[in-house]
Design a protein around this ligand. Structure first.
Ligand code: 13P
Length: 258
């Protein structure tokens, strides 16, 4: 972490908790976050739980994000949700370009850029995800993949450089595997992302938070978050229970005080 950037810890609940469990978990996280004044906390429930979780989080310091958005404002797109609808449900954040969407739902670099534009247009802060697969890493293409994915969206980020946003580096091989990147590997990728951002805009590079995602736990959060270019975490599995999420929030808060 770097003292210029407040740590951001976001929980991506993926396809879990659509009803009362979502409200209970959100309420628990809000309570646990009350004293964590140095850390920004965001939860990203499934669409069906957004409005109920928004009501639960009202007046707390926990932000609400969605996991996906469609680029168009409205129209005949069965099953899709537009950015203004997310705002109406109480969101201020939205994840775009998650590797699960790229892998299983065909989200291309260009489509991710369009979603990012749509997010900004509705004043939603995008969390833009990038990251290589295991095969791409083994072939020595990690930085080339990150560069391709980031370059596709960079003009959109630069055009909105004063607005809230985050990048998440999520190596696909680390997601849900229990095999997080080492701090050294994470720092290498994050520093590279920072350099790419700086080549387009120094201001943007200085203020954008680059989150690490992929098997973050209470046990490894401190070491990952201590890296100078790691400004927070995008947490999947360990964001699904308060017992597992709270130590990650605690690690971020402790580092800001150290
Ligand atoms: P895990 O923390 O379960 O590895 O998931 C990471 C992720 O994909 C967050 O978006």
């Amino acid at each position: 972490m770097n003292s210029m950037r407040r740590p951001l810890i976001a929980g991506n609940w993926k396809m879990n908790f659509g009803g009362p469990e979502a409200i209970t978990l959100a309420g628990g996280i809000a309570k646990a976050s009350k004293e964590l004044s140095a850390v920004d906390v965001v939860v990203c429930p499934p669409f069906t739980a957004l409005a109920a979780v928004a009501a639960e989080l009202d007046g707390t310091r926990v932000g609400l994000g969605a996991q996906n958005v469609h680029p168009k404002a409205s129209g005949a797109f069965t099953g899709e949700v537009a950015s203004a609808m997310l705002v109406a449900a109480g969101c201020t954040w939205v994840i775009v370009g998650h590797s699960e969407r790229r892998q299983f739902f065909g989200d291309t670099d260009a489509f991710v850029a369009d979603k990012t534009s749509a997010a900004f247009a509705a004043h939603l802060a995008p969390i833009v995800c990038v990251g290589e697969t295991e095969a791409e890493r083994e072939a020595g293409n990690t930085l080339a993949i990150i560069e391709r994915q980031l370059n596709a969206v960079l003009p959109v980020l630069v055009a909105h450089k004063g607005e809230a946003m985050a990048i998440a580096y999520e190596p696909v091989w680390a997601i849900g595997t229990g095999k997080a990147a080492t701090a050294a590997d994470a720092e290498e990728a994050h520093a590279f992302i920072r350099k790419l951002l700086a080549s387009a805009s120094e201001d943007l590079a200085a203020r954008v938070r680059v989150l690490y995602g992929g098997s973050v736990t209470g046990a490894n959060a401190r070491e990952l978050l201590a890296c100078p270019n790691v400004d927070g975490a995008l947490v999947g599995g360990a964001s699904l229970t308060l017992e597992k999420f709270e130590p990650i929030l605690g690690a971020a808060q402790a580092l800001t005080l150290s």
